[in-house]
Write a protein that binds this ligand. Sequence first.
Ligand SMILES: [Zn+2]
Length: 437
Amino acid sequence: MTTRTLLALTLLIFFCAIAFAQPGANEMPSVIQVPAEAQPSSHFDATAATNAYLAQIPPDKTARSDAYFEGSYWLILWDFLYGAVIALVLLNLRWSARMRDLAERITRFKPVHTFVYWTQYLVLTSILGFPLAVYEGYFREHKYGLATQTFGAWMVDQLKGLAIGIVLGGILVTLLFAIVRRFPRTWHLWGAVATTGFLIFGALIAPVYIVPIFNKVTPLNDPKVVDPILSLARANGIPAKNVYTMDASKQSTRMSANVSGFATTMRITLNDNLLRRGSPEEIQSVMGHEMGHYVLNHIYKGVMFYFIVIVAFFAGLRWALDWTLQRWGEKWQIRSLTDTAVLPLALLMVSIFGFVFTPIDNTFTRSQEYEADMYGLNTSRQPDGFAQAAIHLGEYRKMSPSPVEEWIFFDHPSGHNRIYAAMRWKAENMKLFTGQP
Ligand SMILES: [Zn+2]
């Protein structure tokens, strides 16, 4: 593709984007009333209260968020297939071998050679993957009223992401190729250890060094918001001194919060959409949930879980690469496992594994989220705030999926199940609300 065609295409996409943009069209009101059925009473019924909350969402909004979320099921498949086709093109047309030859002409010094190959690979696959990426990350988000960015700003974020991918991905890939060269028999074990170590390093630096590349993170000063959160933190033995906020509204209307980092980089962050649209009860219930992740050591349990998964994956990768290279290695002009031209094949294996692994991955995460929900209800004692949060999050998730759908596709409990859990908690703690034993 020439530069001029690329420019023309970009301009065309830009003008279409303006026509599509309708920021905030999907927003639910900030203050959601506690429905009559969910008010404290002697005849309180958790199911009736749940249904009354769900009935607050207008049917057209439900149809819209269902369509958005169900579309994402298909995107998992299209992303996988599209990526697989790109990998097969790179291998069969021997573009990967040519990128290796070019990197060799530049340098034969192995680490730099690997880095040069990786840069070419990532730039080329980003260009080939652009049509699907722009649909998924830009047009589709605008169509459902979830995005707030202009095309130019979105594109800048993509380029920043590409640059970070070149640097961080380049470090990991260079490290892994060095391991394959150094330990021809046991590389899969050391590769798994190095990958896990690298993921921990990434999680450690992300809140402090990566997030600020895209968004402005500032300490939150408003005592009305901060004091109850820090009080909740102290009560739960969490050493947080500051609560941070970030301008997520720059990109999207989504509300969210998180606990990120390890040890000294650990921090609580609320995004500005939650601050702007959430009631105090809602914010406290979300913070209780986030503190649950911290107190229940979800980060460390996650590291252990993914370490086991990565070890299993690398063992499979070793076997699969040997098998494929024996058959097609010559045709693809890949000399051996230490040849950088093997990379698209290895990453194709990663995506096949990731695709098959989706339901297990989601179920692991969803189980932790459910634990954090229970912890959050117990510590914040804000079941109605939590129900409101579930409705807000329902702007981009399906509220009432089937159990099988939830098992395969949901990385959080569904909105219906979250509201029901809150109302069940309220029913069992009715004395807190009625003042009667
Ligand atoms: Zn969570």
